[in-house]
Design a protein around this ligand. Structure first.
Ligand code: MD6
Ligand code: FE
Length: 202
């Protein structure tokens, strides 16, 4: 477990924050979430299906279609979003914010082909709260930039068990996932990478 984060461009990267037992506990806790709220592929406002599959837990979930990026209060199937599992909330209590708990846990699943283009997380109402991200399964190449698209970036491989917090000046920094090292972890039986991002939304 790291006690001091690796800090790149204001992103704080807690390498190996979760040991093997903690990672397995999270996967077990996520299984019923994925059953109640199956992964889907959102479409961008321009009409292109994303390669990353997504779902959410919490009071609201992140969604996108022709009408734009936003949070919605139920799964696209109409089912309510499941609650954020306790082992996930525990990580927020350690590394997230002390005043408010997250309202959304966005779950991203990357297969061997999936990637996530450079973006800012700006669909939330108050940027004074950090976004916390948890990596599970295969390694992902995480790219971090600054407050404008096209500026310099640096990349780091995120491994299973790493936690990243994006707060302060980095809260609105551009970031994305260029590729997955498919099969690099044995945490998920079918391979791939799961990323959880916790956000205060309202
Ligand atoms: C991912 N993460 O790592 C995608 N956003 O799969 C994000 O988009 C992200 O890792 C905000 C803060 C941290 C992140
Ligand atoms: Fe993001």
């Amino acid at each position: 477990m790291t006690v001091t984060p690796l800090t790149i461009r204001g992103f704080r990267i807690w390498k190996g924050w979760l040991d093997a037992a903690a990672q397995a506990e999270l996967i077990a806790a996520l299984r019923p979430v994925l059953k109640a709220a199956p992964l889907y592929r959102p479409a961008t406002p321009r009409g292109k299906k994303m390669s990353v599959r997504m779902t959410s837990a919490g009071q609201c979930g992140w969604f996108s279609d022709a009408a734009g990026y936003r949070y919605i209060d139920h799964h696209p199937s109409g089912a309510p979003w499941p609650a954020i599992p306790e082992p996930v909330l525990k990580i927020w209590r350690s590394l997230g914010d002390g005043d408010r708990m997250p309202e959304c846990c966005l779950v991203n699943y990357y297969d061997s082909e999936a990637k996530l283009g450079l973006h800012q997380d700006k669909d939330e109402a108050d940027f004074s709260y950090p976004v916390l991200s948890i990596s599970l399964g295969d390694d992902g190449l995480f790219r971090m930039g600054g407050d404008r698209r096209g500026g310099p970036t640096e990349s780091v491989w995120l491994n299973s068990g790493d936690v990243v917090t994006m707060g302060g000046e980095a809260r609105l920094a551009y970031h994305g996932v260029d590729r997955i090292r498919f099969g690099s972890s044995r945490l998920l039986p079918k391979g791939g990478r799961l990323n959880l991002t916790l956000r205060v939304v309202t």
